[in-house]
Design a protein around this ligand. Structure first.
Ligand code: WTA
Length: 663
């Protein structure tokens, strides 16, 4: 990676020290790094001691047959017991586990740990009654309602691995996941609320069941929560209501202890091929990794904090940092069903104000969309309860970081930029809020006990000030164990690229700054090569977003006869900017913005074209689909748009006018 390409983020020299009171009372202090380095297995064993085991492990880590790891070998544990029962047994049954907030303003429900335990036990009994046995897979396709959490924990309680499929996925996507892991039972609801209206889910399950039946896999039962009351088709042989089976089941259920390596869940994620990969996580190591990092990175004080992670339960963030991590720690948390802008744009801030949320965890894409709306909305709410903010999912550009810290956090709150993946199960790279002086845009250092490096093509660590590939150099407790049913694909995808070194290849580019701190640069497949210089899409996007006119941007490398690839930028303007410049930014906009990029990074990064667009094509999880933008930039027919949250966006973008930035 050339020196110029690294320059942009390196002249970011703002630093935010941890607040003194937070640092003094922090759960994890600076000595943890040295302790973990001196004895990594001892360090993870201590983290494991925070959980309740039916039988203690004989060996912390078995790495005799890499890359197939076993953690806490010989240990036996029940994940649901750790997330609910043990808090009740310790006399904390009256503590609220979940403040559930439905999208309709009048819908709300608090569940204490004692109530959650009863619900999980009933659901475990009901699933057993429906024929689910230890090892059987259960698919969960639900909105963000308490029953989704209850269903996951009930599966964990009886040792039936769950596969949660995001409620925004189509029937086809659901069917392919059901078939791949041969789910016996599906848990769903009639629908959920989205933007003020009931949005159906059951019809997609009916359709998925029909699709799977054609390819020879029969779903035996579908357990349906009544959420919206909308009409549903009913098959008496298969469909059962939650209120008829779960609500009437016994609240007595003795949890069985499972082997630490018993499968806990399969989470599907997209790879470079069309076929989603079923990422397998197992019980002991995953629970240790998620509960420990939730305690460490969010500095959780379960007696006083109110925690809110805005992710959907259908993604890994929902699994690790809504369900398993926080509940194993006895946290009080918010669970919100709906969209950020219903019934009006300030809904999230109202929830924070109402529940006095102290720790808030969200994604940069959300932060940037709030920036676009302007600060008046959050400024009109009382957000003074917040003491810590987190970010996940993509690199957070310095402007979004500063806005998040200043406008949402009132300038008081540390921001933890947390890097991890579906595969890693737990946060691996992040500041420690009571220890690390934060740099806007940097995820800083691997957590204590975690080994991460930035290496070149040959797998050699790059010196400070240089970029390369992010690798993980040692196993960690919540690591994926394999790809469901495909050990070879597991080896090939993650462990083949740096086989000689035995590194896990994360697929991300990163750089080390002069202090050796880490800056994530996005997926390496988003790295461009312009005239032999490697440029990160993220770096140019960050430069564009640092201009006061720009709300959001996406950059792609388009094939260019002269330079190999050329930079093409798609830009959404801020509302205030369009008021003065007009919807399309006016004649001079392309030159203004490209000069800005030239100034921020250097002439090499200057976009060839800039398109002002009303929206960017995003998947339902908020990831920008650069592939589609590349199609437009290269004047191709736009490819498959079925995974877009809004498939009409590409028509608007294709109809737009590309402006050359040539002087
Ligand atoms: C990206 C989400 C920069 C990265 C938990 C990774 C990030 C992919 C960050 C995993 C971050 C996640 N900074 N990039 N803090 N967090 N990513 O599997 O490219 O949905 O490989 O897991 O998101 O996405 P996934």
């Amino acid at each position: 990676m050339s020196e110029e390409t690294l320059s942009n983020l390196l002249h970011e020299n703002r630093r935010f020290e941890p607040p003194a009171d937070l640092a003094a009372a922090a759960n994890v202090k600076a000595d943890a790094y040295a302790a973990a380095e001196a004895d990594p297995e001892g360090f993870w064993a201590q983290a494991a001691e925070r959980l309740t085991w039916d039988q203690k492990w004989d060996r912390v880590l078995d790495w005799d047959n890499p890359p197939f790891a076993k953690w806490f070998v010989g240990g036996r544990i029940n994940a649901a017991y750790n997330c609910v029962d043990r808090h009740v047994e310790a006399g904390r049954g009256d503590r609220v586990a979940i403040h559930w907030v439905g999208e309709p303003l009048e819908d709300a429900r608090d569940l204490t740990y004692a109530e959650l335990k009863d619900e999980v036990c009933k659901a475990a009994n009901a699933l057993t009654e429906l024929g689910v046995r230890t090892g059987d897979r259960v698919a969960i396709y639900m909105p963000m309602i308490p029953e989704a959490v209850i269903a996951m924990l009930a599966c964990a309680r009886i040792g039936a691995p769950h596969t949660v499929v995001f409620g925004g996925f189509s029937a086809e996507a659901l069917a392919s996941r059901i078939e791949d892991c041969e789910a016996k039972v599906v848990v769903t609801s009639d629908g959920g609320y989205r933007r003020g209206a009931p949005s159906p889910l059951k019809p997609a399950v009916d359709e998925a069941r029909a699709i799977s039946a054609k390819s020879g896999h029969a779903v035996e039962k579908v357990l349906v929560v009544r959420r919206t009351g909308q009409d549903v088709d009913w098959d008496d042989a298969v469909d059962v209501w939650w209120h008829d089976t779960v609500d009437t089941a016994s609240a007595e259920h003795t949890p069985e202890a499972f082997d630490a390596e018993h499968p806990l869940f399969v989470m599907y994620t997209s790879g470079t091929t069309g076929k989603p990969k079923g990422i397998l996580h197992t019980t002991g190591g995953y629970l240790v990794g998620t509960s420990w990092t939730h305690y460490e990175v969010f500095d959780l004080k379960p007696e006083t904090d109110v925690y809110w992670c805005s992710a959907d339960i259908g993604w890994i963030t929902g699994h690790s940092y809504i369900v398993y991590g926080p509940l194993a720690n006895g946290a009080t948390e918010v669970l919100y069903e709906g969209t950020p802008d219903f019934p009006e744009r300030g809904r999230w801030w109202d929830i924070i104000e109402q529940h006095k949320v102290t720790i808030f965890y969200t994604a940069p894409t959300a932060i940037r969309s709030f920036m676009k709306q302007g600060r008046e909305i959050p400024d009109s709410k009382d957000l003074s309860s917040l003491r810590l903010l987190g970010s996940v999912g993509e690199p957070i550009n310095p402007e979004a970081y500063i806005w998040y810290r200043e406008v949402i956090g009132g300038g008081r709150t540390p921001v933890v930029d947390t890097w991890w993946q579906t595969e890693t199960g737990m946060i691996l790279i992040s500041p420690l809020p009571g220890v690390t002086a934060g740099k806007p845009g940097s995820a800083m250092k691997p957590l204590p006990g975690v080994g991460a490096e930035v290496v070149n093509d040959e797998g050699v660590p790059v010196p400070n000030g240089h970029g390369g590939y992010l690798v993980l150099t040692q196993p960690w407790p919540a690591m994926l164990r394999t790809i469901w049913g495909d050990d070879q694909r597991y080896v090939d995808t993650y462990w083949a690229r740096f086989k000689d070194q035995g590194y896990y290849f994360a697929g991300d580019g990163a750089k080390k700054d002069e202090d050796g701190d880490l800056w994530l640069l996005g997926r390496v497949d988003d790295v461009m090569n312009v005239s032999g210089h490697r440029l990160s899409t993220t770096e140019i996007e960050s430069a564009l977003v640092s201009h006061p006119y720009v709300a959001e941007s996406a950059v792609v490398g388009a094939t260019d006869p002269d330079t190999g690839q050329a930079v093409v930028a798609y830009v959404i303007l801020r509302e205030e900017a369009t008021k003065t410049l007009g919807e399309d930014g006016g004649e001079g906009i392309a030159k203004v913005l490209s000069d800005h990029v030239r100034k921020e990074i250097g002439p090499i990064a200057k976009p060839r074209q800039i398109m002002i667009v009303p929206e960017l094509p995003k998947t339902r999880s908020g990831k920008i689909m650069r592939r589609l933008l590349r199609d437009v930039a290269e004047h191709r027919e736009v490819g498959d748009v079925t995974t877009l949250a809004d498939s009409t966006i590409m028509d608007l973008i294709s109809a737009g006018q590309a402006r050359s930035t040539d002087d």
